[in-house]
Design a protein around this ligand. Sequence first.
Ligand SMILES: *Cc1c(COP(=O)(O)O)cnc(C)c1O
Length: 220
Amino acid sequence: VNARIAQATLQAGRAPGSVTLLAVSKTFPPEAVRAAARCGQRAFGENYAQEGADKIAALADLDLEWHFIGPLQSNKTRLVAEHFDWVHSIDREKIAQRLSDQRPAGLPPLKVCLQVNVSGEASKSGVTIAALPDLARAVAALPNLALKGLMAIPEPSDDMTLMRARFASVREALDDLNAAGFSLDTLSLGMSADLEAAIAEGATLVRVGSAIFGARQRAH
Ligand SMILES: *Cc1c(COP(=O)(O)O)cnc(C)c1O
C-alpha cells in the first residue's frame, strides 16, 4: 500500500511523502495493529467508539495516533473525545459542540475534519457543500477542537472518472474555504479501491483497511 501511495503521488507530480496512510483497523484485533506498527505504521482509524477505545487501551504501550472515522452519535461523543486524536466525520454542530465540551483539559485540541456529502444520497452522512461554510465557522469557533480539513466517502463506482470528479469537488470546497480565510490542510479522501484517484485529486490522507488487513468478516 505504501508503494501504491508513492507511485500515485509521483504520477500526480506531488511531493514525495505528502500523502499520509491511515490504516483502518476496524473489526481487526489489537494484535493486527501491533503487527502493522512493527512495520512502521503509526496512524490507525476506527469506526466504532467502544471498539476503538478498547483497542487504544490495549495498545497504550505504543505511540500511535488514533482517528475516529465512523458515524458518531451523541451518546458516544465522550468516549471519542477522551480517547482519540482525530475525528473525520463531523457533519453537525451539535456533535462538534459535545466533543469540544467533553475533551479532557490535559489533552491537545481534538483535530477534526468535516464530512462532506458529495454523492447526494439521502442515506449517506455528511454536510452538503452549500451548508459547509456555516458549519466550518461554527466548528472553528469551538475552543477544544482544531479544524483541519474535509473528509468524504463518495458512493463507490468502478468509473474512476466519476470518482475523480467527486474527489475534485471536495478539493474545490476546501480551496473555497481557504479563500474565505480558513487554513485547512487536510483532505481525507480515498480507500483501498480508489486511493490513486483520490491522490490524483489532492488527497493528503488515504483511509485504507482491506488492502492492508484483508477482507473484513463483518459487513461495514
Ligand atoms: C472501512 C472504512 C475505510 C476503509 O475501507 P477499505 O475499503 O477497507 O479500504 C475507509 N474509510 C471509512 C470511513 C471506512 O468506514
